[in-house]
Design a protein around this ligand. Structure first.
Ligand SMILES: Nc1ncnc2c1ncn2[C@@H]1O[C@H](COP(=O)(O)OP(=O)(O)OP(=O)(O)O)[C@@H](O)[C@H]1O
Length: 242
């Protein structure tokens, strides 16, 4: 095992994964600096979700290495990977998964309270994030009373409010109307930047590339190159090694 570069918060080397013998990823490598926004792009079925799952410890790669903050993830036990996800990682699904019995603000506050944040503080933080995602006025309602697009905004608020070290977002704007997507993506990436949250964002959305520090493109489970975004606001390009 070769240790990753010191300044990479997340580092993947030669990630290979197959579902029942059918290859989904083959030898994918890249590194991500702390606080960067990385867009994972490619056509349907190219392996974006599988890559996010391998990087976040949800799946164990068949081959290759994943490192987080200089420590190997791929050698952790299932319990160790669950703890890592709970304490340091966030996840946004293409469709919102909220707890139906809880109100909107309770859904957002829950991960914070599970980590020991007092209820009152968690509620205040939840409200702030719901306001940022333009669903603050629905905070006392239950998810069933909201539109699917509003529920997705709540799910995004929940992921950001917990200020994870790394946020994995799988098609986070999928349930939104086209007109809303750009605004939610800008809110998500700006909020992540202001809180130093590293974001890996799988998407078909062409609006993501200009908001990302780096685009990593996949085709049939392999990397086909990365398109560095124009350096904006003094940001450095993401380090990527094939
Ligand atoms: N649970 C599974 N069982 C079997 N094959 C799977 C499973 N999940 C994904 N695959 C296959 O693995 C390949 C990569 O799928 P993956 O979902 O990672 O791609 P994707 O780029 O995220 O696609 P999409 O844009 O449609 O979400 C595809 O061929 C897919 O059919």
């Amino acid at each position: 095992m070769v240790a990753p570069p010191d300044d990479d918060v997340l580092w993947a080397r030669g990630i290979t994964y197959a579902y029942s013998g059918s290859p989904a990823l083959t030898g994918v490598s890249f590194g991500v600096h702390e606080g960067e926004v990385v867009a994972l792009t490619g056509p349907r079925g190219c392996g974006k979700t599988t890559l996010l799952e391998c990087l976040s410890g949800r799946l164990l790669p068949d081959d290759g290495e994943v490192w987080f903050n200089g420590s190997p993830v791929h050698t952790l036990t299932q319990l160790g990977r669950e703890r890592l996800r709970r304490e340091h990682f966030g996840w946004i699904d293409p469709a919102p998964r909220l707890v139906p019995e809880l109100t909107v603000w309770e859904n957002v506050a829950l991960p914070m309270m599970l980590r020991g944040t007092p209820r009152r503080t968690a509620r205040t933080t939840a409200r702030e994030w719901l306001d940022r995602l333009d669903v603050g006025d629905r905070e006392r309602e239950r998810p069933a009373a909201l539109l699917q697009s509003q529920r997705q905004r709540v799910a995004i608020a929940r992921a950001l409010a917990a200020t994870p070290k790394v946020l994995f977002a799988d098609e986070p704007t999928a349930p939104l109307h086209h007109d809303d997507r750009g605004q939610v993506l800008r809110t998500l990436t700006a909020a992540a930047r202001s809180h130093g949250i590293t974001v890996l964002l799988a998407t078909h959305d062409s609006e993501v590339a200009p908001l990302a520090d780096q685009t990593v493109a996949l085709l049939d489970g392999r990397r086909v190159g990365a398109i560095p975004a124009p350096d904006a606001e003094g940001r450095d390009a993401c380090s990527v090694s094939a």
